[in-house]
Design a protein around this ligand. Structure first.
Ligand SMILES: [Fe+2]
Length: 281
């Protein structure tokens, strides 16, 4: 798979575009460099959601973040899904197109969950074949995000970080590093988040996600309903030390606060990035 460059340079600090903040963004002047949207919410040709995205795009670069491509599906990607995503890409001209390292669908059934993959050579073939097809269909490089997980497979042949590095090397995709997901999985599985971060191919890291999580009965749950907690800020600092120009955004999908609260969190990310850049100089 040849390297397909991103369509345009990535902007730095962004927020998710969520319904309670539509009016803020439509009014313009929100101090972010880009917004990220869930691709599937806008993959219909007409209607109000697409019209809102079109208007927001007039003022802000947009990152398209998918949750249903299902790059881990053994029966391949759906052509109709790729065609609808390509149409959205062509219209919106996003700064980033991403999806997750997971599977969500088999046949016609979509689970609407980001389900875990066994990290084996066989799965690696499936994932790389699917990403190659997606990148060909979209005409551009896409980013793959590390998942949060709650179970592991007894027949795993490699760690998640080695699997991700192999996906990048073989498919030419970029990485969306979700440092909250790394923390959640590290706590749930008992591995070192620092070891995970140390193994990432940073030349491929184009974006970093921040989020909060909740304590469940059996471990941490990736809920996106809390402020970014201290352990996740610490991982952001480690990641930015190695990928100082990656785009950074905060995912907040539930218990969504007023926009100024999220902007204040984004300022914390900016400050950490400035400190890491200064320490590199
Ligand atoms: Fe994420």
């Amino acid at each position: 798979m040849p390297f397909i460059p991103a369509a345009q340079p990535r902007p730095r600090f962004g927020l998710g575009l969520r319904r309670p903040h539509y009016q803020d963004f439509l009014s313009g002047g929100v101090p972010v460099d880009f917004v990220e949207v869930i691709s599937e919410n806008f993959m219909v040709a007409g209607g109000r959601p697409r019209e809102i995205l079109r208007r927001v795009r007039a003022d802000y670069p947009v990152a398209l973040h998918g949750v249903s491509m299902s790059v881990g599906s053994a029966d391949g990607l759906r052509g109709d899904y790729l065609a609808r995503l390509r149409a959205l890409v062509d219209e919106i001209q996003p700064c980033i197109v991403s999806d997750h390292l997971c599977w969500t669908r088999y046949g016609a059934h979509n689970s609407h969950d980001l389900l875990p993959l066994p990290y084996t050579a066989e799965t690696l073939d499936v994932v790389c074949t699917n990403i190659a097809r997606a990148q060909d269909a979209l005409g551009r490089r896409m980013l793959i995000e590390n998942p949060s997980s709650y179970v592991a497979f007894s027949h795993d042949e490699m760690s998640e970080w080695d699997f991700l590095a192999a996906v990048v090397a073989r498919s030419g995709c970029g990485l969306l590093l979700d440092v909250n997901n790394i923390h959640v999985s590290a706590v749930n599985h008992g591995f070192s988040a620092a070891d995970y971060l140390a193994a990432m191919p940073y030349e491929a890291v184009e974006q970093i996600h921040l989020a909060g999580h909740a304590q469940g009965r059996h471990g941490l749950i990736d809920t996106h309903d809390q402020a970014v907690p201290d352990p996740v800020w610490a991982l952001l600092r480690l990641a930015l030390a190695r990928a100082p120009y990656a785009a950074v955004m905060i995912e907040r999908d539930d218990n969504i606060p007023p926009l100024p609260e999220l902007l204040a969190e984004l300022d914390v990310a900016r400050a950490i990035a400035m400190e890491e850049l200064a320490s590199c100089a």
